[in-house]
Every structure is written in structure tokens, then in C-alpha cells.
Design a protein around this ligand. Structure first.
Ligand code: FAD
Length: 294
């Protein structure tokens, strides 16, 4: 680790204040700092001004608002993990948060920071893509919304422009929906070798449910926008059974683009995608069918 280069530090007192500070050139938002500070130490990021948003309580919330779950960008991983309303509506978030890093990172790292970092191995990017969340971005000229599936432009790159801030993430809540996240890491607290998240909305005879819609997110395997779109298309209208889940897993494995690295060779990761997608779909279906969820 090296020492970051000289940087000015500003602490925002409101969202409006943060936006006015961000209008200066070469500024970066500082949230939990778990990704940004190490990158600054390695000189992979060299902002001239840091705008600390940790005092903005107005961005630190998780709430059910009608038929959508709203998550403030400054909510911490630990907040999402302990939120009963989030866990009830979307067990996928609790599954994913249980395996994000360790308690120290989860206590300080934020949901907004995770999405904005745009690390291809970030677990929540795939989870939010699976549930078809929407990002709410604030700028000096007001607010705009972007589907999370369009939010990431590539590794470490998002649609957030200079002078803008991710304010919240909104997730549509639908009855009859179940979700799950499955991850393989080399050791507890490590980044994914591969992971898959699934959301299923079921309808029809509870004894022979049919898949009305499916969302599948993939982590760390080069899936475009973190999504297994071909597997989702395949599942729509099919029976929610083992044959469909296994076939969707095979399709997801065939369409992703994992790279060989210290976490494993390409074929191993592809195998994991097939198996983890199948398992996530199976568990999502069981949760969708569980009593009180239809
Ligand atoms: C040891 C370790 C292990 C980890 N393991 C995992 C893991 O297994 N799985 C996983 O998913 N993650 C893991 N992480 C990452 C963790 O999830 C971090 O919390 C996350 O990457 C960044 O969140 P942060 O709040 O710390 O963001 P910061 O580091 O503060 O910011 C990250 C980037 O996002 C920008 N940013 C932050 N908030 C906003 C906002 N509201 N609007 C606009 N831009 C913003 C910053 O400017 C910066 O560019 C790990 C991190 C560490 C340190």
C-alpha cells in the first residue's frame, strides 16, 4: 500500500450541498471508502477533492413505499442485512449480504458505493439486476431514473456523470415472487469465484406453477450488465420445475464470459454458473410458493 496523493476534503451537510461541491472538477464522492481509499492509495484513483456524504442521514434509509422497496444510497450493507422488510420482500438481498466481505466491511460499506464502484465481482450489482431495480440519480438540474440493468457501462464505469450522485435504489415489489442468491468463494468473506441471483414470479395452479417472469443476475463471470438474459427469456411461460431450472442454468453458463484468473479457470467458472443458477432458481421457486407469498 502507498500513500494517496494530496486531496482536499469536504464534508457535505445536505444533498444540495454535496451537489454544489461535486460541480467542481476532479471531485469524487466518498461513502464507506472501502473501495475508493485503497484505489487512492494505489494511485488508481487520484481525485483532487473528496466529498464525504457520510453525514447525509436523508440518504440512509430502507423503507417499503407502496409497491416498491426504497433503499437510500447511504444505507450500509449491515442495514440491508438487518432490514426485516427487505428480507421479507427480497430474501435475495439477505442471501447476498451474508456473503459480502466480513462484518467490518458490511458495517461501513454502502449500497450506493457498491453499485457505483461497478466492480465486476460486486455481489449487489447482480442482485439488483436480477430484481430489475431502478437507480435514482440526483444532479444540479434535478432527478433522473435509470434501470440498474443500464447503470453499469463496463468495469468501474457507470452512467453517473460529473456533478451527479446516486441517491437511492427502488425495487418493484410483486406478490407471488421468490428470490435467492448463491455464491462460491474460495474462503469466507472473499469475493466471488462466481455467483448467481434469481427472482421468479409464479402464477397458475400452485401444484404446477408457471413462470410468469424471471430475473437472473450473475457475478464475476463477464455477463453483460450482470444479467443472464437468454436464460430469463427461456424461462418465461415454462413450468417452474427442475428441468426448466437445469436448462436455464446451462443456457446461463453458455452465454457468460468468465476469465481465467487466480480464482479459477474459465471452464470451472462456467460450471459454477450452471450449478449456482439452477440452485438459485430452485430456492427462488420454493420461496415464491411458500405459504403467505401467493
Ligand atoms: C476487504 C474487502 C472485501 C470485500 N468483499 C466484497 C465481497 O465479497 N462482495 C462485494 O460485493 N463487495 C465486497 N467488497 C466491497 C464492498 O462492498 C464496498 O462496500 C463497496 O465496494 C464500496 O462501498 P463504499 O461505500 O465503501 O464506497 P466507496 O469506496 O466510498 O466508493 C466507491 C466508489 O463509488 C463512488 N460512490 C460511492 N457512493 C456514491 C454515490 N452515492 N453516488 C455516486 N458515487 C458514489 C465513489 O466515488 C467511488 O468511486 C469488499 C471490500 C473490502 C474492503
Amino acid at each position: 500500500m502507498q500513500v494517496p496523493s494530496h486531496v482536499e476534503y469536504e464534508r457535505a451537510t445536505s444533498v444540495e450541498h454535496a451537489l454544489s461541491l461535486l460541480s467542481r472538477p476532479e471531485t469524487r464522492v466518498l461513502a464507506g471508502g472501502h473501495s475508493l481509499i485503497p484505489m487512492m492509495k494505489l494511485r488508481l484513483a487520484q481525485p483532487e477533492v473528496l466529498v464525504d456524504i457520510n453525514g447525509l442521514a436523508e440518504l440512509a434509509f430502507i423503507a417499503l413505499d407502496g409497491d416498491r422497496l426504497r433503499i437510500g444510497a447511504l444505507a450500509r450493507h449491515a442495514d440491508l442485512l438487518s432490514s426485516s422488510v427487505a428480507g421479507q420482500c427480497f430474501p435475495i438481498f439477505h442471501d447476498a449480504e451474508r456473503v459480502v466481505a466480513d462484518p467490518i466491511v458490511r458495517l461501513w460499506g454502502t449500497i450506493g458505493g457498491s453499485l457505483c464502484q461497478a466492480d465486476p465481482s460486486e455481489d449487489l450489482s447482480a442482485a439488483f439486476a436480477a430484481v430489475r431495480a431502478t437507480a435514482v440519480i440526483r444532479g444540479k438540474d434535478g432527478e433522473r431514473t435509470v434501470p440498474v440493468r443500464d447503470f453499469h457501462l463496463g468495469p468501474y464505469e457507470t452512467v453517473i456523470g460529473s456533478g451527479e450522485l446516486l441517491a437511492e435504489i427502488r425495487v418493484p415489489v410483486r406478490p407471488g415472487t421468490g428470490s435467492a442468491y448463491e455464491k462460491v468463494a474460495r474462503r469466507v468473506g472473499d469475493w466471488s469465484v462466481a455467483a448467481a441471483g434469481a427472482v421468479l414470479c409464479l402464477s397458475g395452479d400452485p401444484a404446477r406453477p408457471v413462470i410468469e417472469s424471471a430475473g437472473i443476475g450473475l457475478t464475476a463471470v463477464g455477463a453483460e450488465h450482470f444479467v443472464a438474459a437468454e436464460a430469463e427469456d427461456f424461462l418465461r411461460g415454462r413450468a417452474a420445475d427442475e428441468d426448466s431450472f437445469a436448462a436455464a442454468g446451462a443456457i446461463a453458463a453458455g452465454h457468460c464470459h468468465p476469465s481465467a484468473d487466480q480464482r479459477g479457470p474459465e471452464d470451472f467458472k462456467r460450471h459454477l454458473v450452471g450449478e449456482l443458477t439452477t440452485r438459485a432458481l430452485r430456492r427462488a421457486a420454493a420461496r415464491a410458493s411458500s405459504e403467505g407469498n401467493r
